[in-house]
Design a protein around this ligand. Sequence first.
Ligand SMILES: *[C@@H]1O[C@H](CO)[C@@H](O)[C@H](O)[C@H]1NC(C)=O
Ligand SMILES: *[C@@H]1O[C@H](CO)[C@@H](O)[C@H](O)[C@H]1NC(C)=O
Ligand SMILES: *[C@@H]1O[C@H](CO)[C@@H](O)[C@H](O)[C@H]1NC(C)=O
Ligand SMILES: *[C@@H]1O[C@H](CO)[C@@H](O)[C@H](O)[C@H]1NC(C)=O
Ligand SMILES: *[C@@H]1O[C@H](CO)[C@@H](O)[C@H](O)[C@H]1NC(C)=O
Length: 465
Amino acid sequence: MLPKLLILTLVVALAKSEYKYETKYFKVPLDHFGYQRSEEFQIKYLVNDDYWNTNNGPIFFYTGNEGQIEVFAQHTGFMWEIAQEFNAKIVFAEHRYYGTSMPFGNKSLDKEHVGYLTSAQALADYADLLDHLQDHAVKPKYPVIAFGGSYGGMLAAYFRMKYPHLVSGAIAASAPVHMYPGMAPCDAYFRIVTSSFALEGQSCRDNIKRSWKVLRNFATSANNTAWLKSKWNLCDPVKNTTDVQQLVDFLQSMYETLAMVNYPFESDFLVPLPAYPVRVVCQYLNETFNNNTVLLEQIGKVLDTFTNYDKKSKCVDYKKGSDYGNLDASGWDYQACTEMVMPMCTNGQYDMFEVEPWNFTRFSEDCHAKFGVYPQPDAARIAYGGDRLAAASNIVFSNGLLDPWTAGGILNTVSESVEAVVILNGAHHLDLMPSHPSDPSTVVYARDFHKHRIQKWIRQFRKMN
Ligand SMILES: *[C@@H]1O[C@H](CO)[C@@H](O)[C@H](O)[C@H]1NC(C)=O
Ligand SMILES: *[C@@H]1O[C@H](CO)[C@@H](O)[C@H](O)[C@H]1NC(C)=O
Ligand SMILES: *[C@@H]1O[C@H](CO)[C@@H](O)[C@H](O)[C@H]1NC(C)=O
Ligand SMILES: *[C@@H]1O[C@H](CO)[C@@H](O)[C@H](O)[C@H]1NC(C)=O
Ligand SMILES: *[C@@H]1O[C@H](CO)[C@@H](O)[C@H](O)[C@H]1NC(C)=O
């Protein structure tokens, strides 16, 4: 297992057109921070003015993360649900180098063009867009609230930190702002993944932990190729060690995703899944399976639930990796290789995975081979407040304790206006999802908390004006 370039948000859905918006484009400079390259390109943004009080209603601004912005617009029900109450304008801005906001078309991620993919450039795009939405007023008329989940949550928080004169406050959901080197233990993420499974029964965790060795031994024996392909319904047979590794990586990523999207309701995500999917798959691992064949049969059922809950998939395409189609998040690998360095490791003792230490040298070499860049492990910490967030204001950091990304989240209130909300039984940015009858009271409370803070920030803005 190579050090992985992790995609933050696999939590993506096939766009259901529940929410209506207008798609617009806005011209931004390729480079906000120098004056030698004068090229411009368009970023996409989505707008809905249905509820907006154009006199002084707020602008709810989603700071788009690594993917097509429509995906986030369709799955941030919280913003849509409260917009009416606040008479807000809704804006979802697409992050440069994702979706259709490509400065160099399909060549944007080539080595010679990818350099303008940075969080700072993206925030500067958002700042220019807001200035445009405020009609370039010297004293902006509309209070702006930033929202985001995951990397988008980091951006929402950073947007408030860097542009406090443009943004009145930020709801930063499941934002791993402490995931940078030296700021969080590298094994915390996988410990949380593991605990989500252990919560459903120790045997669930133990079976998964034991399965890696069993699978590797089993899969490398030539006589088992056909069995595995047929029992697990694999698209391609597992023929060599590369295939075995890809299958192992696929399974590991499956467990991560299941933990991340362990929501209390059935969801039609990129991977359609039942309510509490971890509980559902752990039903197949509810006792100790000493017979290896039986253990693999049971893991096969987990795989089937994950890949074929809607009974539409022909076979398990384990070679596809974690680069799921809809999100189109390939730029994230570059970001993880430059400023978004987030060390991860497993030790096999406190987690249910194979041992994989964090090796920055190797990570760095892989990045250089792929993109011709070396990661800057301190850059984001230096740029965005590090562990001194008391210098910031008007940010709510929310985290669900079922969410592996909580490993890098802010769980303690930092100051009077940089506050933490912990959602005991919530998965990855559950609080931004549309409300649902099965929501635990903790997330209902979190959303209420957000609303109160938004009201407060809007009041502050109006007082200032
Ligand atoms: C890239 O874009 C160009 C211009 O739009 C198009 O002609 C070409 O087919 C595209 N290439 C790929 C690989 O998609
Ligand atoms: C496969 O099975 C045959 C027949 O049972 C046996 O002779 C052979 O040694 C096995 N090969 C491997 C690689 O296990
Ligand atoms: C595990 O689940 C199966 C199927 O529901 C059930 O038959 C079996 O008794 C369960 N085992 C334990 C130890 O609960
Ligand atoms: C393990 O389970 C398989 C499939 O149910 C069965 O064919 C085999 O005999 C079992 N092996 C042992 C050692 O019990
Ligand atoms: C880390 O990776 C480098 C480069 O691949 C390798 O030379 C080194 O031995 C690794 N270190 C450890 C502790 O595994």
